[in-house]
Ligand binder design. Structure first.
Ligand code: ZN
Length: 422
């Protein structure tokens, strides 16, 4: 036997790449200064100090980065198909939530925007999400399939077809439509105030059968709670003026716990429920959501824009809920930028730590979309797909506290680069 021939069947060690940076923010473990992330076969192999990993992987290909390595951001609530509707965003201070919905429906029904324009605006918005560091997003839309059937960016898009109907006639039509939807289309209800209990239950049963995400707008405004509790308020007037009002929504009564109790009565408080907004919820409701393992997505920029209030984030964190973050659509927000959403959270909740806020924008989102095995943290086994960000502010930080302060309060970094392998 030739002593110099290669040993047959010897395991080939995978090619390892080592990314070094002044700061590594894994989310699932403490921040590392002068850190490194080792990658192989499209997955993260190890995360640690630069010195340790360079010794461990002495043959690795080395890439030196400026700034910070951190997980990609997750936008857990967006409506890409509304990206062309920027011109309804001039909300007057005295407008109610119902006024805003009225304006949006009017603009959409007038049909002044061509389908190609809607698709083009959605694609530009998706590219913008990518360019600002979003790795994964949940897109909610009324046009099946998603206007992004061809997704030109590397952002992973999960699409849910949103259905709504407020009375018996709409329910009859929608139940027939739901029964005929192909299994490849995941569908979900819009909100408790717009969709009959019968439609919501049918969609829930279908989501359980097909094992896909089930997400809806919950407790976004006080008007919604007024309808659910007492069957009154601007939503009732809105449906009456359209000739669509029936006693569809069984009033909970004055002593009830609002939207979450309504969800409970529909049998929806399960671990696969993703509640978007949760502004008008009591501590008791937060406790109910947490106890059932439900997921929550906050949209602070949209809530501020529409003037519907501030979600009780401190209570959610106290009850061990780590909410996700979403931008909602450009029809109800100034810009769709998760770095800005983090900054708004800092302003609205100065006692919440920047560490938690960054965890919301990464791990919280990945968990809400049931993708935390791949994304949301820098940890062994996660996908080799994450961010390298830098800015003048970041170059000036001297410790972990300053770093997290800039990442969550400094807005979108001037340099955002993707590290993608495999
Ligand atoms: Zn929304």
């Amino acid at each position: 036997m030739d002593p110099f021939s290669p040993i047959k069947n010897a395991p080939l060690s995978p090619a390892v790449s080592l990314y070094l940076a002044p700061w590594v923010v894994p989310i699932s473990s403490p921040v590392i200064s002068d850190g490194a992330v080792a990658l192989a076969n499209g997955r993260i192999l190890a995360v640690g100090s630069s010195a340790t990993l360079r010794a461990q992987f002495s043959e690795a290909r080395i890439e030196r980065c400026q700034g910070v390595l951190l997980p990609g951001l997750v936008n857990a609530h967006i409506h890409l198909e509304l990206s062309a509707y920027t011109h309804i965003t001039d909300s007057a201070p005295d407008e109610t939530f119902c006024d805003w919905i009225r304006s949006l429906l009017q603009v959409r029904q007038e049909g002044g925007i061509a389908p190609e324009e809607i698709i083009s605006a959605a694609q530009q918005m998706l590219q913008q999400q990518h360019d600002t560091g979003v790795l994964l997003l949940l897109d909610i839309g009324n046009i099946p399939p998603s206007p992004l059937a061809t997704n030109p960016s590397s952002v992973q898009v999960i699409f849910l077809l949103e259905l709504l109907g407020p009375n018996a006639k709409a329910e009859e039509q929608l139940l027939a439509r739901i029964a005929s939807l192909p299994d490849s289309v995941a569908a979900t209800p819009h909100a408790l105030y717009s969709t009959t209990p019968g439609i919501i239950s049918a969609l829930k049963q279908r989501a359980d059968r097909l094992q896909h995400l089930f997400s809806l707008h919950v407790a976004e405004s006080a008007d919604e709670i007024e309808l659910l509790r007492n069957g009154q308020g601007c939503f009732r007037s809105f449906l009456e003026e359209r000739g669509a009002w029936e006693d569809t929504f069984p009033p909970l009564g004055i002593d009830s716990h609002g939207a979450v109790e309504y969800l409970e009565r529909l049998g929806l408080l399960t671990a696969d429920l993703l509640c978007v907004h949760c502004v008008q919820v009591s501590e008791k409701e937060v406790q109910m959501l947490a106890a059932r393992g439900c997921k929550v997505c906050l949209c602070p920029g949209s809530n501020r824009f529409l003037g519907v209030g501030i979600a009780p984030l401190e209570q959610m964190l106290h009850h061990q809920l780590l909410p996700a973050l979403g931008t909602d659509s450009i029809a109800s927000n100034e810009t769709l930028d998760l770095w800005r959403e983090m900054r708004i959270l800092r302003e609205d909740h100065p006692r919440v730590s920047p560490t938690k806020i960054l965890a919301m924008a990464t791990l919280g989102g990945a968990a809400a979309l049931e993708r935390e095995q791949d994304f949301g943290t820098l940890a062994p086994g996660r996908k080799a797909s994450f961010l390298n960000v830098d800015s003048q502010l970041l170059q000036g930080v001297r410790n972990e506290e300053q770093l997290l302060d800039v990442l969550t309060g400094g807005g979108c970094p001037s340099t955002i680069r993707w590290v993608i392998e495999g």
